[in-house]
Design a protein around this ligand. Structure first.
Ligand code: PLP
Length: 361
């Protein structure tokens, strides 16, 4: 369309600091086996979808949804054994993390994280104008608690992000590490447990009123509902109140609230899917350890590994040529040469393993 006379002119530039960081995205290449974004390879149960469709008929779509998402928060609270006042829900755990940065970060405040870790923690902190404190993990990706404590004392961040199990390394923190970090900072400690149900320990057991600790979970991975965009936080009610102050009015639509609540009625199916993924993950790790690659133990639904004799990028290309897509993390800081494979179905994992054997031969 030709611009109306006299109105066209150079557009105003967006915030100059946005240019500093690349937006976060995983390249989507058309392939047969997609093992790059840590989704569940299994769909949610058809019974859940039927229940949701039935519910949808009762929703008054001309009305705004329940602003407090009471039903969903009560159901989540019950599921975790906490009152609804200790539950905050949002559009994906990424929006929960953004709400944390809006409420506790911002200009003049800092958020700390320990790299390599989930790239979105730094990205969201940056977007919300929160200063970054980026500590480093040891070469084996474990957290050096003494060094971390020193850094936290020196920098005094308002928020400390941990990710357990950590994406992209797969390692989980233990109770003593999380407790030490909570003890070492005056800030709010947020443990991102997107992969919580794949791991053997959860920081949820340390959450209590009066403890500056919150745990973030999502429906995207273990619940097989990445398309739903629903995540939540369990923490002290004071933290939940602060997050509600930065959330947009009616940010959770009525259908999503119903979907999340109904999903909890299918926990047994979720646990069954998680158990199959864990069994496949352990098979994948065992198979990789028999190949010329270094492989890290994983408590999540993905495995980080590094070809010993070949460049990571080259191996990634070789896999794509065989219609298998994994995440190329080989140029990420601290992850030189590494690739990350999401655990798929048995067939998908076999496709990946045989393609890799060919590429490495
Ligand atoms: C996948 C993932 C999430 C999920 O984010 P959603 O917005 O809930 O889809 C959060 N944190 C980590 C560490 C992840 O890997």
């Amino acid at each position: 369309m030709t611009p109306p006379a006299g109105l066209a002119r150079p557009l105003p530039p967006p915030r100059a600091d946005l240019g500093l960081r690349q937006g976060y995205h995983s390249p989507q290449v058309p392939v047969e086996v997609r093992l790059n974004t840590n989704e569940s390879p299994y769909p949610p149960p058809p019974e859940w979808l039927e229940a949701l469709v039935a519910q949808a008929r009762n929703i008054a779509f001309n009305r705004y949804p329940d602003r407090a998402a009471r039903g969903l928060r009560e159901a989540l609270g019950q599921w975790h054994g906490v009152p609804p006042e200790q539950v905050f829900a949002a559009n994906g755990s990424n929006e929960v993390l953004q709400s944390v940065c809006l409420a506790y970060g911002g200009a003049g405040r800092k958020a700390a994280m320990f790299e390599p870790t989930y790239a979105l923690h730094a990205h969201i902190a940056h977007l919300t104008g929160t200063g970054l404190v980026q500590g480093q993990r040891r070469p084996d990706f474990t957290l050096d608690v003494t060094a971390a404590t020193e850094l936290l004392e020196q920098e005094d961040p308002a928020v400390v992000f941990l990710c357990s199990p950590n994406n992209p390394t797969g390692l989980a923190e233990d109770a003593s590490t999380v407790s030490s970090i909570v003890a070492a900072t005056a800030g709010l400690v947020v443990v991102d447990e997107a992969y919580g149900q794949f791991a053997s320990w959860s920081a949820l057991e340390l959450v209590a009123e009066g403890v500056p600790l919150a745990v973030v979970r999502t429906y995207s991975k273990t619940w097989s509902m990445a398309g739903l965009r629903l995540g939540y936080l369990i923490g002290p009610s004071e933290v939940v109140k602060a997050l509600e102050r930065v959330a947009l009015p009616y940010h959770l639509d009525a259908l999503k609230q119903a979907a999340g609540r109904l999903a909890l009625g299918f926990s047994a199916q979720m646990e069954h899917r998680v158990a199959s993924v864990v069994a496949e993950r352990d098979r994948l790790v065992a198979a990789l350890s028999r190949m010329p690659v270094q492989v890290w133990p994983s408590q999540a639904n993905f495995v980080l590994w590094r070809p010993r004799q070949r460049r990571g990028q080259e191996v990634w290309q070789g896999l794509v040529a065989r219609s298998v897509l994994v995440r190329d993390t080989s140029s990420w800081p601290g992850l030189q040469g590494c690739l990350r494979t999401t655990v798929g179905t048995r067939e998908e994992n076999d496709r990946f393993l045989s393609a890799l054997a060919e590429v490495l031969a």
